[in-house]
Write a protein of this length. Structure first.
Length: 337
């Protein structure tokens, strides 16, 4: 009786070829591992899942945390400000903004309103120059509320400082809320009571204030265009000032500024203001030179009248040569400029 031969299966044939079998086995294991890793990553990153970030602005911190938990989001306090118009603990700003799609578990960074303003020590600035006093106050987190000029031989030196009605003395330690302003009484000699208005177009409000105070002037009305609030105020820039740059005015006069967030408007107005400032500065220099020449001529004429004819002719010639040299020097300066 003949026995029927059984054909070996595919697996049996592969097992007979040990090298090919092992290679296919390794490839299969790698494929299974790659598929498992992909599935795990999909589950871990919640691929395809999306959450809409709610608008937390104006919400108390506790309520914002509950709202974030419902949307599977995390909240992190990134910064705090003190805005008197809002209650303490209110969310003022957030990143990402409300309405943005994010993955579940995303962290939303928020800025909240402090419950009270930080208190800082008021430095003693009397006896300092106005510029030094301004810098000391800025370092302490304070600013100038108003400059009051009083007759004194030391022009632009601080004679006294007040916060409200309280005088700041060297012996007394006074604290004030950060951002508070001091009233500075500053000396001025009668013959030195004028200054030129600085060019502040293109600067932030803080920078513009500093430049105005350093020039011995007060900050007048501060006007903001539509869309500027306490949160984006730092990005706003001055695009209009009154009086215009390089205008001569008395010490202690006020400079009014207007700010916008439109950088194109700022760039255009800054170029115009700088051009005007250069023209005004040149006009003022020419006027000062003409006045100096006029005073010198008057003094020489008086000297000639009292000295007699020969000396008068010599002085006249000297005066003419001095004027010619002055005009020549002026022409050279204009040429090189």
């Amino acid at each position: 009786m003949n026995r029927r031969t059984k054909n070996p299966s595919l697996i049996e044939r592969l097992q007979q070829n040990r090298l090919l079998y092992n290679l296919l086995l390794i490839a299969g294991i790698l494929l299974i591992m790659a598929l498992a890793a992909h599935l795990i990553m999909q589950a871990g990153t919640r691929h395809g899942a999306r959450r809409i970030v709610p608008d937390f602005s104006g919400i108390r911190l506790a309520d914002a945390e509950k709202l974030a938990a419902r949307h599977d989001l995390e909240l992190h306090i990134n910064d705090s400000l003190f805005v008197p118009a809002y209650e303490g603990g209110i969310v003022l700003d957030q990143l990402p903004e409300g309405g943005v799609e994010v993955k579940p578990g995303r962290t939303v960074y928020i800025t909240i309103n402090s419950f009270r303003q930080k208190m800082v020590e008021v430095p003693y600035v009397a006896g300092r120059s106005l510029r030094q006093a301004k810098n000391m106050l800025e370092i302490a987190g304070l600013e100038i509320e108003r400059l009051v000029y009083r007759p004194d031989m030391a022009t632009n030196y601080v004679l006294a400082a007040f916060i409200g009605r309280d005088s700041i003395t060297a012996e007394q330690r006074i604290e004030a809320e950060m951002g508070s302003g001091l009233i500075l009484h500053v000396g001025v000699e009668e013959s030195q009571n004028t200054t030129a208005v600085p060019q502040v177009v293109g600067l932030s409000l803080r920078e513009a204030k500093g430049r105005i105070w350093e020039s011995g002037l007060n900050v007048g009305k501060i006007l903001f265009d539509e869309g500027i609030n306490l949160l984006n105020q730092k990005e706003a820039r001055v695009y209009l000032q009154t009086p215009a740059p390089e205008t001569t005015t008395t010490l202690g006069a006020a400079v009014e500024v207007r700010l916008t967030l439109d950088l194109e408007v700022v760039a255009r107005e800054k170029a115009a203001a700088e051009k005007l400032a250069r023209e005004r500065a040149l006009e003022r220099e020419e006027a000062e030179r003409a006045l100096a020449d006029s005073l010198a001529r008057v003094e020489l004429e008086q000297a000639m009248q009292s000295a007699g004819s020969p000396l008068q002719e010599n002085l006249q010639q000297t005066l003419e040569r001095a004027v010619e040299q002055s005009n020549a020097a002026m022409s050279d300066d204009e040429f090189f400029n």
